[in-house]
Design a protein around this ligand. Sequence first.
Ligand code: PMV
Length: 317
Amino acid sequence: MIKVSAPGKLMLFGEHAVVYDKPCIVVSVDHRISVSIEKRNDNNLILTAPELDIKDKNISDLEKTHFKKVRFILTVIRNFFKKYDVKSGLDIKTKSEFSDKIGLGSSSAVVVSAIKCLSELFKIKMNEKDIFDLSYQTVLDVQGLGSGFDVAAAVYGGILFFKTAGKTIEAINIQDIPLVVGYTGIKADTPTLVKMVREKRTKEPDKINHIFNEIEKIVNSAKTEIENENWKEVGRLMNLNQNLLRNLDISSKKLEDLIKAALDAGAYGAKLSGAGGGDCMIAIVDENNLDKIKQAIEKAGGSIIDAKIPAEGAKVE
Ligand code: PMV
């Protein structure tokens, strides 16, 4: 049996613009998803996924009754078997340290873990970029949209400067980032928000492209300031990025409440992270103020997500 785990992610800078050939900065989060696979002597694909309430079920049966639950793992297996011309019955088990409702990228982490696991099981050499490419293709096959930033975080870990579809994937080499993460308790509907921004861009191309160009400048500056560990300036850039996201109309009352609480308690900067509408907000803080800011976010109705950030990328356990 082979077991592989991959981390979750949070967007630091550049959401939405990264769908339109702009860069973003993503950080991996050490809440992991693991996938264990072993070969069977028959042709059946048997899945156990406690977080989906699935125990020892045949994936072909689940495809008919619970397609939404199994579409990622099923597409992984189909794409892998097709690309590498292999076939076998499999026992597959997944295990998640985090809920798929908080926006840490559970689908990408499961896809990446499963592909790396299959490459080990069938002894097929895949480097990180090979795993990224097949994982990203799989995510696109299932959901039809997305920049792939979440897939890159799951594969490579760390903090990444990333361009749409993995045209650039560059590690920003720092060990620590003074980040506080507050969860709104509301699940963001990423596909709907991405489509909403696309419609806005069709209606008002100049306005929206201008916002994306401004976000691009912020992302480029943030890369340098993160490398220099100049957290005050990183915080200032976060606030600017958040203002532009407000202009895209994707923030929400709850996100704004948590962001304000963090800033009032002395955070250098704060913004939503991801598609908007819910999921998490993030704040860059002075380490001395950490507890005060966490308490302020909780008082405003958020829950703190404690995890090692950044985390290691996909690895065999
Ligand atoms: O909602 P999340 O955390 O999956 O982030 C979405 C980020 C977008 O830029 C809006 C979409 C994407 O695929 O890059």
